[in-house]
Design a protein around this ligand. Structure first.
Ligand code: ATP
Ligand code: HSE
Length: 338
C-alpha cells in the first residue's frame, strides 16, 4: 500500500470501561483527549517526545505503545516502514482506569490509517480487531474509536461493537486518585469462577443499564450494580473501594472505572444533589484526588492530515517543518470508518 500523507495529527478520548455490570463489554468515551502528531521521515529514526501524562515513564522508541500500534497497522496494510517523529500531548492519566493504553493503541492505528493512500483499506472492523489484539478485550477500544457509549463483544470472526443511546441529562464525573493500578494486577484479582446467582444478577443489571443510559437515568443506581468484578477487586482498589461504598450507601450511581482505581459516577438529574454532598464530604482534592466532570465524547478518535506529500519525506534532521493544512485533506473520523 502506498502512503497518502507524511504528517498527521490524531486525537483520542479517554474511556471508562465496564460501567459496573458490563465487564469487558460496556464502555463510555469521555471528553478528555490525548493528541499525537506523527511525521514520517526518510531516515530510520524513531524519535518520540512526550508531554503531560506518562512523560518520563514511557519508552521513547520502537517500544512506545503508539509506535507499536502504528507499525502493526502499517505492516498489516503492506506499507513500507519509514522513520517516525512523534509528539504526544497526553492528558489521560495512566494506570487509573481511564483507558490510557487503549487511547495510545487507537491513536497509533488511526494515525497509520490516515497516513495511507487508501485509509478505507483498514476498515472499522479491522481497527477494532487491531486494538483488541493489543488490549486483550474490546471494551475501551470501542468507545475510544467511535465515541459515546458502546457494547462490544467477541465473535469467531473477531470483536464487534455497536453504539448505545445516552440520555443527554446524564453527567459523568470521575474521581481520580494519585495512585496507579495496573490493569494486569486488577485482572489477577478476579476468580476463575463465579456463582450462577451472581452471573444472573449481573447480566440483568447490564441489560437494565442499556435502558437506563438511553432513556431512564433514574434507574442508574440499580443498573450500575455489579457482582462479577468489583467485589473481588476491593483489596487492590484501596481508598477507591471505600469511596465507592460511601457513594453507593447514599444512593449515588457509582462504579469502578475500568480496572480502577478511578471511581466513575453516572448521575441523572435526581442524583446530583446527593453526589455533590457526598463528594464535598469525602473527596479532598488537596489530598491526592482529582474530581473531573469531562462530559461524554460523542465523536471518538479523529485523525487529520497535516501534509500529504509522502513522496518527499524529509530527512528528519531539522525538526518539525512545513506544517500546513492541505486544502481538501480528508478528515478521518474514527466513528464513521467503513
Ligand atoms: N499515551 C501512552 N503512551 C505510551 N504508553 C502508554 C500510554 N498510555 C498508556 N500507556 C501504557 O499503558 C500503561 C497503562 O495501561 P493499563 O491498561 O494498566 O491502564 P489504563 O489503560 O490507564 O486503565 P484501564 O485499562 O483500566 O482503563 C501505562 O503504564 C503505559 O505503559
Ligand atoms: N474490562 C477491563 C477494563 C480495563 O482495561 C477490566 O476491568 O479489566
Amino acid at each position: 500500500m502506498q502512503l497518502g500523507a507524511d504528517h498527521v495529527r490524531v486525537r483520542v478520548p479517554a474511556t471508562s470501561a465496564n460501567l459496573g455490570p458490563g465487564f469487558d463489554s460496556l464502555g463510555l468515551a469521555l471528553a478528555l483527549y490525548d493528541e499525537v502528531e506523527v511525521r514520517l521521515v526518510a531516515s530510520s529514526d524513531v524519535v518520540v517526545e512526550v508531554h503531560g501524562e506518562g512523560a518520563g515513564n514511557v519508552p521513547l522508541g520502537e517500544d512506545h505503545l503508539v509506535v507499536r500500534a502504528l507499525r502493526r497497522t502499517m505492516e498489516l496494510a503492506g506499507a513500507v516502514p519509514t522513520g517516525i517523529h512523534m509528539t504526544c500531548h497526553n492528558v489521560i492519566p495512566h494506570g487509573r482506569g481511564l483507558g490510557s493504553s487503549s487511547a495510545a493503541v487507537v491513536a497509533g492505528i488511526v494515525a497509520a490509517r490516515a497516513l495511507l493512500a487508501e485509509p478505507r483499506a483498514v476498515d472499522a472492523a479491522t481497527v477494532l480487531a487491531l486494538a483488541t489484539e493489543f488490549e486483550g478485550h474490546p471494551d475501551n477500544a470501542a468507545p475510544a474509536i467511535q465515541g459515546g457509549a458502546t457494547v462490544a463483544w467477541t465473535t469467531d470472526e473477531g470483536p464487534r461493537a455497536v453504539g448505545l443511546d445516552v440520555d443527554p441529562t446524564i453527567e459523568a464525573t470521575v474521581l481520580v486518585p494519585d495512585v496507579r493500578l495496573a490493569t494486569s494486577r486488577a485482572r489477577a484479582a478476579l476468580p476463575e469462577r463465579v456463582s450462577h446467582g451472581d452471573a444472573a444478577f449481573t447480566a440483568g443489571r447490564a441489560a437494565l443499564l442499556v435502558e437506563a443510559l438511553a432513556r431512564r437515568p433514574e434507574l442508574l443506581f440499580d443498573a450500575t450494580e455489579d457482582r462479577l468484578h468489583q467485589p473481588y477487586r476491593a483489596a487492590v482498589l484501596g481508598a477507591s473501594s471505600e469511596l465507592l461504598k460511601a457513594l453507593r450507601d447514599e444512593g449515588v450511581p457509582a462504579t469502578v472505572s475500568g480496572a480502577g482505581p478511578t471511581v466513575l459516577v453516572l448521575a441523572g438529574p435526581g442524583h446530583r444533589a446527593r453526589r455533590d454532598a457526598v463528594l464535598a464530604d469525602l473527596v479532598d482534592e488537596t489530598a491526592g484526588w482529582r474530581r473531573i466532570s469531562p462530559g461524554i465524547d460523542m465523536t471518538g478518535a479523529r485523525a487529520r492530515r497535516i501534509s500529504g506529500n509522502p513522496g518527499a519525506l524529509s530527512s528528519g534532521s531539522s525538526g518539525v517543518t512545513g506544517r500546513h493544512v492541505v486544502p481538501g485533506s480528508p478528515a478521518v473520523r474514527g466513528g464513521s470508518m467503513q
